[in-house]
Design a protein around this ligand. Sequence first.
Ligand code: FES
Length: 94
Amino acid sequence: MPKVTIKTDDLTIEVKDDYPLIDMCEDHDTSILFGCRDGACGACMVKVIEGDEHLSPMGEDEKDFLETMGAEPDERLACQCKVSGGNVKIDVSE
Ligand code: FES
């Protein structure tokens, strides 16, 4: 099973394949905050340190939103990501 590490929280959690990152964060009371839960507010932006290839591909809406926000190429919206196939390391975006 894939493992998700959140650097700020010094926390590593094993998750089922295809598991939504938002569910993992909320199950474990992490530092990643959520607002709209729909890819529209940016509250859940995270920096992907390792394992980008193990996150679900970015949809057009997420891509457009991140571009509008001026996000870095390694940033994603946690509410839009599922984890599968391998480990992922993320951190809260500054
Ligand atoms: S919670 Fe609003 S964009 Fe993810």
